[in-house]
Each structure stands twice: as C-alpha cells, then as structure tokens.
Design a protein around this ligand. Structure first.
Ligand SMILES: Nc1nc2c(ncn2[C@@H]2O[C@H](COP(=O)(O)OP(=O)(O)O)[C@@H](O)[C@H]2O)c(=O)[nH]1
Ligand SMILES: [Mg+2]
Ligand SMILES: [Zn+2]
Length: 325
C-alpha cells in the first residue's frame, strides 16, 4: 500500500534522472514522479485534447512537460518521495526543437534569469552559428544573454577577435580561463543571486569553470578527446546547483545541434538585437533581408554597421525556418 498523502507544497525542480525529478522545497528535497495524467501528455501529445486540463503545463506538446528550473506543485508522500501535480507558469525558458523525427519542443531550462553561453576560443574552436542560435533562443525565451569565452589562455595572435565581434553587437562578453582563473571572479559576480542557465558545446569548459568558481559545483570533468579536439558528453543529467554566494546555476549537457522552436521567419530579425535598428526602412514591408533590393539591413551590412558573421547566421537560420525545419 502507498503511504497516505500528507500535503501539497511548492518547489523547484533541481534534477532529473530517468523520469525521477528532485524537487527542492522549503522542507527538503523530494524525489518525485510525474502524475500519470501528465505522463499521458508526454507520451501522446497529438492526442492530448482531453488532457488539456492538466493545469498550466504550458505547451503540452513538449517532450518534457517538466524542465529543470520549473516551479511545481507536488503532493508529498510520507518520507522523501512525492508526485508532481502541476507546473506553475514560467517566466522564461530555453527551448529547442527536440532532436528526432517529431516536431516537438524540448524545454532545456525553465525560469532562468539569464543564459550564460560558454564557448572556448580554441579546443574546440567556437561554432559561431551555434552561439547565434543560442542567443536567438535566449531572446525568444526571455533570458538575458551573456557570452563567456573560455580557454582564453589558449588564444593566439591572429585568432578572430570574437569578444570584439559580440561586444560591438551590444552583448556582454566575459573572457575567461578555468586554468589561469582569468574572468572567474567576474563570472562569479555575474551569477550571484540569480538563476543562471549554462549552455554551450561539449568540451568548452562549462564544468571546469563552475568548479573554478566553487569547488564541486560542476560535475565530472573528463579529458577532451585529443585526436579530434572534441569533447565527450560527460554531464549525464541536467542539474541545478546552489551557489554558496547565493543563486542557482543550471548546467546543461553539451549542445551539439540546436534548432529553434516556435520562432517564425518573420520575427527572426527582431531576435537579433544588433539588427533591430536596421529593419524599418526596407522597400518591401515583408523584406526577408536576404535578396531584396533597397534593404536597409543589407545596406547596414555593406556599411559595416552589422557584422558579417551575425548576418550569415541570420541568413542560415532564415533559410532553415522558411524551409520548415
Ligand atoms: N587550456 C584550458 N583548458 C580548459 C579550460 N577549461 C577547461 N579546460 C579543459 O577542457 C576540457 C573540457 O572541459 P569541461 O569542463 O569538461 O567542458 P564541458 O564539456 O563544457 O563541461 C577539459 O580537459 C578541461 O581540463 C581553460 O580555461 N583552458
Ligand atoms: Mg560538462
Ligand atoms: Zn530588408
């Protein structure tokens, strides 16, 4: 027999592993399952009509109706387990199109104040199109973006000045090194008393930076594969960690690919803050800014007021969204 339900409480989802969610509440951490009606929404999103009363789950067509960072209402069993009954409305989310065949959302992190996108200057070299996708997703999901350029100790003369490119676009950039500790205090101050989503490719040094900020904060660190320079996936599950100085850090496993979720082609230019000021004067009101004449965005590009790298990312994303995936 199951223990009698004692009470209902609110908490934050801080970890997920094989369908069990650890929920931090005012009186301890509870290992929670999803109520079965929420699981139905998870398994049969397209047939879910009769389950839309599953409270404010938000978009029920997500592969994961509950994400790390979600505020949830749980019903506690006696002991240290419980069940998630309801997801409270989110104030932000980092989402992508779930990898796989079905067009469904994957909510990577909920309710973070900002996204710290960690990329290394070398080893592996930064994929700026991936960075730009993350920045667009942050903008779309209501997270303030911060770029952390790690492994600055490895940078060499003649390397592209990525910090400069993004600073000119108005982004905040923190150059850092988990090895020399450059930028670590600044990063720490940036994360303090906030809910931070950390994302970036595997091997960029996310875990090392977290450990440099606070010993034990990151999970395991493993060597980057020396022959390919690529990192391995060592963060096996998503987890949120408390900072000693205050705040919550949500580390995510290395991102390999990132397709936008719920961004329309028409709104895409608005999600590039550095381009927003150059969209009003185009000859055509529905200008795609890719090939039309008298396009103010392309004029700004020619004049050097918009970065070539950012514009290239815009065009690649625009083509992808116009093509349906
Ligand atoms: N040279 C250098 N190596 C680093 C730095 N940060 C991390 N690494 C190394 O890069 C590899 C991947 O680091 P890790 O923290 O696991 O990356 P993650 O996959 O983003 O969490 C490890 O071998 C780290 O020792 C850094 O600032 N400089
Ligand atoms: Mg890691
Ligand atoms: Zn235009």
């Amino acid at each position: 027999m199951r223990a009698a339900i004692v009470k209902s409480t609110e908490g934050i989802v801080i970890r997920e592993h094989r369908g069990v969610f650890d929920v931090e509440t005012g009186h301890g951490i509870f290992a929670c399952a999803l109520r079965s009606r929420m699981k139905k929404a998870l398994i049969y999103p397209e047939r879910d009509n009769q389950h839309h009363s599953v409270e404010q789950v938000g978009r029920i067509d997500a592969v994961n109706p509950v994400a790390i960072g979600d505020r949830v209402r749980v019903v506690e069993d006696q002991g240290e387990t419980g069940a998630i009954e309801e997801v409270l409305p989110r104030r932000s989310k980092l989402s992508r199109l779930a990898p796989g065949k079905r067009r469904v959302e994957q909510i990577m992190i909920a309710n973070a104040d900002h996204l710290v996108a960690v990329f290394s200057v070398r080893d592996p070299r930064p994929n700026l199109q991936l960075l730009d996708r993350l920045l667009v997703a942050a903008e779309a999901g209501n997270l303030a973006p911060v770029i952390c350029l790690n492994k600055i100790d490895l940078s060499k003369d003649g390397d592209p000045d990525i910090a400069e490119i993004y600073e000119r676009c108005g982004f905040r950039v923190i150059p850092a090194s988990a090895v020399t500790r450059e930028g670590v205090d600044l990063l720490k101050a940036t994360l303090r008393n906030r809910v931070s989503a950390i994302a970036g490719p595997s091997g960029a040094g996310k875990t090392s930076l977290l450990n440099a900020m606070q010993p034990g904060l990151g999970l395991r660190v493993r060597e980057v594969n020396r022959t390919t320079g690529r990192g391995r996936h060592t963060t096996t599950y998503l987890a949120a960690h408390r900072l000693d100085a205050g705040g919550l850090v949500i580390d995510s496993p290395g991102i390999r690919e990132f397709s936008l979720w719920d961004v329309s082609p028409r709104e895409l230019p608005e999600l590039f803050p550095d381009m927003r000021g150059h969209l009003a004067g185009c000859r055509f009101h529905d200008c795609t800014h890719v090939h039309e004449p008298d396009c103010t965005l392309r004029a700004a590009l020619s004049a050097g007021a918009v970065s070539r790298e950012r514009y290239d990312s815009y065009v690649a994303l625009r083509k992808e969204l116009d093509g349906g995936r």
